[in-house]
Design a protein around this ligand. Sequence first.
Ligand code: CA
Length: 516
Amino acid sequence: MSIPFFFIPCLAALVLSGSFFPAHAAGSRPPNIVFIFSDDHAFQAISAYGEARRLLETPNIDRLAKEGMRFERCLVPNSICGPSRATVLTGKYSHLNGFYNNSNSRFDASQPTVQKLLPGYQSAVIGKWHLVSDPVGFDHWQILPGQGDYYNPRMIRNGEKIEVPGYVTDVITDASLDWLKKRDPSKPFLLMCQHKAPHREWEPALRHLHADEDRVYPEPPTLFDDYSGRGPAVRDQDMSLAKTMTARDLKLVAPARLTPEQRRVWDAYYEPRNEAFREAKLVGKELVRWRYQRYMHDYLACVRSVDESVGRILQYLQDEGLAENTLVVYSADQGFYLGEHGWFDKRWIFEESLRTPLLVRWPGVTPAGSVCRDIVSNVDFAETFLEAAGQPVPADMQGRSLVPLLRGNTPADWRKSFYYQYYEFPEPHRVQPHYGVVTDRYKLVRFYGAAGNTTELYDRLKDPLELRDVLGQPGYEAVAGELEAELGRLRRELKVPEEVPAEAYGGKPQGGPKPR
Ligand code: CA
């Protein structure tokens, strides 16, 4: 194997870490990689995660858990769409890959990204991209511009603008399968199949409108969180069912891109229900409850289409004899609130938004039905793909390959803490910028936005719903000190700048948000 000159200095480190040696057997063909990535898919809405509040069945995604590994704690470094995508491609945090927020960041596509580091692979990205600049280094790409449309979506295929009839999840799946069918079978491939669903405004495939009929979904225990016991940041946000959801979110108005025929199907479902809602004139908690039920109906119907997509792709791999040598990954760009704390959306260091689903099937490598409880992250994905393909890992990537974990062997020095930082403020949801350190049990978080500078400590063992800041309370002095030290260590190790660059907030003046 030839080694590019610039890798020589880190060769020893790579050999020591095992990263240099191909994960596949000597002489065998490197595995294909199918990365199925959805947008805002909460782990709570995957039946394999077996949460107490069972919202729906996802048999196809669950198949990956049964035949592979379910990661219980996959954390994202910056819980928002574009930044997560930049992290997946680069293996770096936002402050090094330069993509901080969805407001004014633009991905610098000249930097090293995973698809460019897989020589001999054919690669494609199909679906949601959301990095503003065009994809670079893929043999084929077909993306949604910006957030994309749910119905009859506009797309850009290798630079050409097109419009594709149908429902976006089906369109992305069809295009992914089409590319697989036309690929050069003599080469391994990387397919990034990236869904828009179940992103806001949660517009379902018309065939799924009646899937749950008028089932009453279980409410989360914190639907009516009063935000007591914590600092001002959680009260200052604008992402609640009570005050933030729009008529479009709630399907009280129909989306513009439906054809007349599609519109009739849409209206047949929503209009009688909307009429009943208008007549009921709900207020207060009853209004929030109605909104929660409508939100869950629509969101979960979107998830059904994603689960079907996973099923179709797994079936194709099986039918073509590709399943045995294909690493299949299912994940989402971050977690999401399904009414917890009265919220939708993401952004916070708190568990529902910090944690993202991760399920991996790798026959012959990963034990079927296994569960990993170690702290992993989407910053690890690029290095994982590179090691799986037997390629060297650039020394400046900031994650760590999951290949040993996928084999069932967590290294003794695996991470016990994780650094998080969120920037975008104040639009669109007024979540205060913050950073912090996360361990298996604790979170120490520093908010530095307009609501005031506060540091808060959460003990998930005693307070799994994260409802009480315990910083300064008796018994927490030592752990707070240890977490402060760890936070400093992580910031140094990850090269986090002391001053947050002005552009990181999304167009705020120099220095970011000013205290009010
Ligand atoms: Ca997202």
